[in-house]
Every structure is written in structure tokens, then in C-alpha cells.
Design a protein around this ligand. Structure first.
Ligand code: SF4
Length: 281
């Protein structure tokens, strides 16, 4: 008997208790789909003073796009290079063009639409994933994304990290939960798929607060969620805090317990894109 026939969870064929992205994409596209990370070099309003200075305390020099292409190259060249490196691992799959680094709606709407359309014309691309801040969306951009979503599988990835404004202040997020809900609603009202990012282990947060963040996000019924473990990268403000003993990274058993509890409070239809992540070594 195949494992999928005895699996107690209906949205998995490898005995997971949650719906993985791999499962969802294989069902939707009939083959392996992987993300190819691209970098438009747009920067971030939380770095340049528009929203704040210095960025989120954990953000790397490459604006959380450490695995993305080189912004000096065209989208086409970045795609070719990143895809080729990933094909060592997965051959014969198709790709989601992932605008990962920085804030990918932080530009003129026409420029963004052109970049996203160019990505859609790349060989093997079956979808778009666009990472941004919820406070960098407006009705015009949401309408543009909504038009694109009629042509392809499109997901907008929104960094939230925590529902607690007091933690958002500590991490220098420079937007509130209310700001997040405003941007989220612009997308959700247009039926656009949304993936919400949360980080576990943020300074000052208890396990119960992390579960409450997951529960509250679950109530929004997003298309997907990414759960990250806070990791301390060198040359970040977080690293300075860590050296001063102001941050204690979660231990493995604590993290596993929190993740299991978060999975329990998220809707079963919500895709779990990640339950951890890696920084560049
Ligand atoms: S919003 Fe994203 S890109 Fe901007 S500073 Fe924070 S983590 Fe970095």
C-alpha cells in the first residue's frame, strides 16, 4: 500500500500534518516547481528614511535577498544564472520568478508591471512571487497585481513577523499591525494570493506570543504562511544585540514545540511554505 493511501492528513502525500508548498505546487502544475530568486535592486523604505533608517534589525546587507541574482544584471541574466545553479538539484522542473530582495513594490507602477511581465516571458516560468511590505501597496499597485494574477499564478509575500506592535518597534519594523491589515486588505479584496511571513524568537517575545501571532494570521485565511526562526547574521544590528547578551536564540526543542503549536492553530488549507530558513553561511 502506498504511503499516501494510509496518510491520516488529506493534504499531504508524504505523511506531513500540514500542506507543504511542494505538495500544492505538484498538484497544481503536475511537476516539481522551484523558486528562482531575483533582485530588482529597489531598496527599502525602511532603509532610506522614507519609513525608517537602518532597516529591520535582522536584515542582511543584501536586504534579505542573499540567494537572489545580482541586481546589476538584467532580470533575464539573473534568471539564467540562478536557475542554472538550482537545476543541479532539481532537473526538469518549472519555476516561479521570485522577486525576493528588498521591497518589490517600492517603485513606479509602470516600471514594476514591465519587470513582472518580462519575468513571465522567461522560459519555464509558471508564476510570480513578489515580496514586499504591506505599507508599500496602494490601490493602483493592487489593481496592477490583480491584472497580472489573471494571467499567471501570482503570490504577494508580506513580511509581518509579529502581530505585536511593541515587538515591531524593537525590531525597527516601522509599520504597525494596522498598516499591515490595510495592505493585506488591498490584496485580499482583489482575490490576490498572499503569503504572510512570521519570525519566531524575536527579542522580548514569549512562545505564547508567537502562537498568538500565528492564530491571528490564521484568522485572515492567507493562501500561505512562512514560519522563520530568527537567526543572527553578522553585520546586522541584531548581531550587536546578541553580542551584548540582549537576544537569546531559541533552542531546537523550544522552536520545535512552538512550530508544532503554530501549525495547530493555522487553517489546514493554508500552505506552509517554510517552517525554518537558512542564512548564508
Ligand atoms: S522591510 Fe525587508 S528589506 Fe526592508 S529592512 Fe526590513 S527585512 Fe530588510
Amino acid at each position: 500500500m502506498k504511503q499516501s493511501e494510509i496518510n491520516p492528513f488529506e493534504l499531504s502525500d508524504d505523511n506531513k500534518r500540514y500542506q507543504t508548498y511542494n505538495y500544492y505546487l505538484r498538484r497544481r502544475f503536475g511537476k516539481k516547481v522551484f523558486k528562482v530568486s531575483l533582485n530588482l535592486g529597489l531598496g527599502c523604505p525602511n532603509r532610506d528614511g522614507t519609513k525608517g533608517f537602518g532597516g529591520c534589525i535582522y536584515c542582511s546587507e543584501k536586504l534579505s535577498g542573499d540567494f537572489a541574482g545580482d541586481p546589476c544584471d538584467s532580470i533575464e541574466r539573473q534568471y539564467e544564472a540562478v536557475r542554472a545553479s538550482m537545476e543541479n538539484k532539481w532537473q526538469g522542473g518549472c519555476c516561479i520568478a521570485y522577486f525576493q530582495a528588498g521591497t518589490n513594490t517600492y517603485a513606479d507602477c509602470g516600471f514594476l508591471e514591465d519587470a513582472f511581465k518580462r519575468a513571465l516571458r522567461l522560459d519555464g516560468v509558471v508564476g510570480l512571487s513578489i515580496a514586499t511590505r504591506a505599507d508599500c501597496l496602494d490601490a493602483q499597485k493592487a489593481d496592477m497585481l490583480s491584472r497580472l494574477a489573471t494571467k499567471t499564478y501570482l503570490v504577494v509575500e508580506l513580511g509581518l513577523q509579529t502581530v505585536f506592535d511593541e515587538t515591531a518597534a524593537v525590531i525597527n519594523r516601522c509599520h504597525s499591525y494596522e498598516d499591515f491589515i490595510r495592505g493585506y486588505s488591498l490584496l485580499a479584496d482583489r482575490g490576490i494570493n498572499i503569503c504572510v511571513h512570521l519570525i519566531d524568537g524575536l527579542p522580548g517575545e514569549t512562545g505564547d506570543m508567537m502562537i498568538r501571532s500565528a492564530r491571528q494570521v490564521g484568522l485572515l485565511r492567507p493562501h500561505a504562511v512562512k514560519l522563520h526562526l530568527l537567526h543572527v547574521l553578522k553585520e546586522t544590528k541584531l548581531y550587536e544585540m546578541y553580542k551584548r547578551g540582549e537576544v537569546r536564540p531559541l533552542e531546537l526543542d523550544e522552536y520545535v514545540d512552538i512550530i508544532c503549536r503554530q501549525l495547530e492553530v493555522l487553517p489546514k488549507e493554508t500552505i506552509i511554505e517554510r517552517i525554518t530558513g537558512d542564512g548564508r553561511a
